[in-house]
Design a protein around this ligand. Structure first.
Ligand code: PGA
Length: 263
């Protein structure tokens, strides 16, 4: 089955509503000039999704650009309640979100999210029909200790605990080695392929071949216009989760063009 390439931009804690609006205006102008990109989006070969801070999601919703999807960077598993500072999945859906990033390494390492919390969030997202972008990946110590694949296995299988195989088809997985995030150090094409292939293999075990071959597995960690093509050419890499390079229209468009070159 031909997979469309998902180019997901994780803005992290960058761009409030004003900056988001000006980015969207500039991206719109750039897309107007790049007919090959818009054709690839319309023919579903490429999909664009941006993940602004919660407060800028209404800007995306109002702008409502037909070529761009958007999502939240996190969500709580409960629908509502006394959870100060949290945002629920129905709230994201109300603002037209197509995706939610779950279990990003910054959530795990800075904010103490556990595998169990990520699993509850994943189940809640699937129950509400919001596609999760589930992040997994090892630290440098874990990689150096030969534990990269076992960490990915633990994070993925615990997130999938209790998930119905039929719903699993909606999941996007982002393999993001922690040591490659924001460091300018990317996994080699071969290491990224090995990890993404391993992720797909876990889906085969857990949900069967059919679901596994339809799951999109992204690579994330210092993706840029320079390294995108090599990564996207790998058979088990179906897109990228892009942090820093998604903050400027120029570099985001640069990555999109690299993706076009591998189609
Ligand atoms: P980066 O971030 O591209 O800036 O390394 C990726 C991510 O954290 O999703």
């Amino acid at each position: 089955m031909e997979q469309r390439i998902l180019l997901a931009g994780n803005w992290k804690m960058h761009k409030g509503p004003k900056e988001a609006l000006s980015f969207l205006g500039d991206l719109d102008k750039a897309l107007e000039l790049e007919k090959t990109i818009t054709e690839a989006i319309v023919s579903k070969k490429i999909e664009l999704a941006l993940f602004p801070p919660f407060i800028s999601i209404p800007t995306f919703c109002d702008f409502n650009h037909k070529m761009i999807k958007w999502g939240g960077q996190n969500a709580h598993w409960e629908e509502k309640g006394a959870f100060t500072g949290e945002v629920s999945i129905p709230m994201l859906l109300e603002l037209g979100c197509s995706y939610v990033i779950l279990g990003h390494s910054e959530r795990r390492h800075i904010f103490g999210e556990t595998d169990e919390m990520v699993s509850k969030k994943l189940t809640a997202a699937l129950d509400h029909g919001l596609s999760p972008v589930l992040c997994v990946g090892e630290t440098l110590d874990e990689r150096n200790g030969g534990k990269a694949l076992s960490v990915i296995r633990r994070q993925l299988l615990s997130a999938l605990e209790g998930v119905d195989s039929t719903k699993a088809a909606q999941i996007v997985v982002a393999y993001e080695p922690v040591w490659a995030i924001g460091t300018g150090r990317t996994a080699s094409d071969a290491d990224a392929q090995e990890a993404c292939n391993f992720v797909r293999g876990l889906f085969v075990e857990r949900c069967g071949q059919n679901i596994a071959s339809g799951i999109r597995v992204l690579y994330g960690g210092s993706v840029s216009p320079k390294n995108a093509a090599g990564l996207l050419r790998q058979p088990d890499i179906d897109g990228a989760l892009i942090g820093g390079a998604s903050l400027s229209v120029e570099s985001y468009i640069g990555i999109i063009k690299e993706a076009l070159s591998v189609l």
